[in-house]
Design a protein around this ligand. Structure first.
Ligand SMILES: *Cc1c(COP(=O)(O)O)cnc(C)c1O
Length: 370
């Protein structure tokens, strides 16, 4: 039997009865878009994050993009303005910026945390900079106090890409409660995953939340009255109902992820395998457990031969993708090295202790080729 990277079937089997009951409730209601399930989920998720508003949208990418779109409609940012973000992120962070005709300015991360390095951010601030987009990569909070101080000093927006970080905490505050606005993804494999696509914007800014609620619904607050050229990106009633069930188990799931991470960090002692560094335990919600190894491909093949599935997040940074040939001259050597060295070990709320033991044993048995 292989150790799967993540079994979504096992994840959802644990509360299949509750999910089926919730699905039946939606089917029987006869109301499938912008209804009571979404309104209830938005209240419950905002409360869980510790913020005033949550607005459910179609995907995590749309959540990020609609934050920028909302600020454009509010006149806070305009076409051609720059957004600073880490070079080592999933392409969605970049897409949200460019689809709003803004300019992404990728900077190098801090090598210990993989997250934005405030010194690199500060060096990249110029006259057109309007926002910092912090990505809580792999589930670990970026250095939000330092980034918030920078944002205040330079009058910049601070936006969180929290797509991987549901439940990461610092000083009693959760991811999503640090910036001016934050985007979450409910893609099935995320810490809180729907049974399809979904996303949400969370913010304390009432004007922004109202603007985004209109933008996701054709720019309309009143049916067939269109204030803005909006889009159609709504978290539907079925997904909202699924997410309400799963939100009830999210704290336990994150606690289990932390336990798996603790066991990996205690058990893996290998000179060629670099473990993730964590400043404070609560700061990491362990969406992914990512090690670094100069011989990454050999390590991946070795683990595969031991029946252990791994993944690479991500093999090619956005500025090296054909889609962003305009950025190909960006000088980001650390970002590029990270993409060559990172490997994500199995991680999830259903990974059993004996499976964790097998991963640890297999890592310990890795013989690095010369
Ligand atoms: C998953 C992810 C997104 C996009 O979320 P989708 O729901 O897949 O659109 C954005 N940013 C990061 C860092 C992600 O991991």
């Amino acid at each position: 039997m292989d150790v799967p990277f993540l079994s979504l079937k096992d994840v959802n089997a644990r509360y299949a009865d509750a999910l089926k009951a919730a699905a039946a409730r939606v089917i029987d209601s006869g109301w499938y878009v912008l209804g009571e399930e979404l309104a209830a989920f938005e209240r419950e998720f905002a409360a869980w994050c510790g913020v005033r508003h949550a607005v459910g949208v179609g995907t995590g990418l749309d959540a990020l993009s609609l934050i920028l779109r909302g600020y454009r409609e509010l006149g806070v940012i305009e076409e051609g303005d720059e957004v600073i973000l880490p070079g080592n992120t999933f392409i969605a962070s970049f897409l949200a910026i460019t689809e709003n005709r803004l300019v992404p300015v990728p900077v190098e991360p801090d090598p210990a945390s993989f997250n934005l390095d405030p010194a690199c951010v500060e060096a990249a601030i110029g006259p057109r900079t309007r926002a910092i987009m912090a990505v809580h990569l792999y589930g670990q909070l970026a250095d939000m106090p330092a980034l918030a101080a920078l944002a205040t000093r330079h009058q910049l927006l601070l936006i969180e890409d929290a797509a991987q970080a549901h439940g990461a905490m610092r000083d009693g505050r959760k991811a999503g409660a640090f910036g001016d606005a934050a985007a979450f993804s409910f893609f099935p494999a995320k810490n809180l995953g729907a049974l399809g696509d979904g996303g949400a914007v969370v913010t304390d800014d009432t004007a922004l939340a109202q603007r985004i609620a209109a933008l996701r619904n054709y720019g309309s607050e009143v049916k067939y009255r269109h204030l803005f050229q909006g889009t159609n990106s709504r978290l539907d009633e079925m997904q909202a109902a699924m997410l309400r069930v799963k939100l009830g188990y999210l704290d336990d799931d994150i606690a289990w992820r932390r336990r798996v991470a603790r066991r990996y960090r205690d058990g893996i002692r290998h000179p060629q395998i670099r473990l993730p560094e964590v400043a404070r335990e609560e700061q990491h919600a362990w969406h992914l457990f990512v090690v670094r190894c100069a011989q990454r491909d050999a390590l991946q093949r070795h683990l595969q031969s031991c029946g252990i599935q791994t993944q690479v997040h991500y093999p090619v940074p956005p500025h090296r993708q054909p889609a962003y040939s305009t950025l190909r001259h960006a000088h980001l050597p650390l970002t590029e090295r990270l993409h060559d060295e990172v490997l994500s070990l199995p991680m999830g709320p259903t990974l059993r202790d004996d499976e964790v033991d097998r991963v640890i044993e297999a890592c310990q048995a890795f013989e690095c080729p010369p």
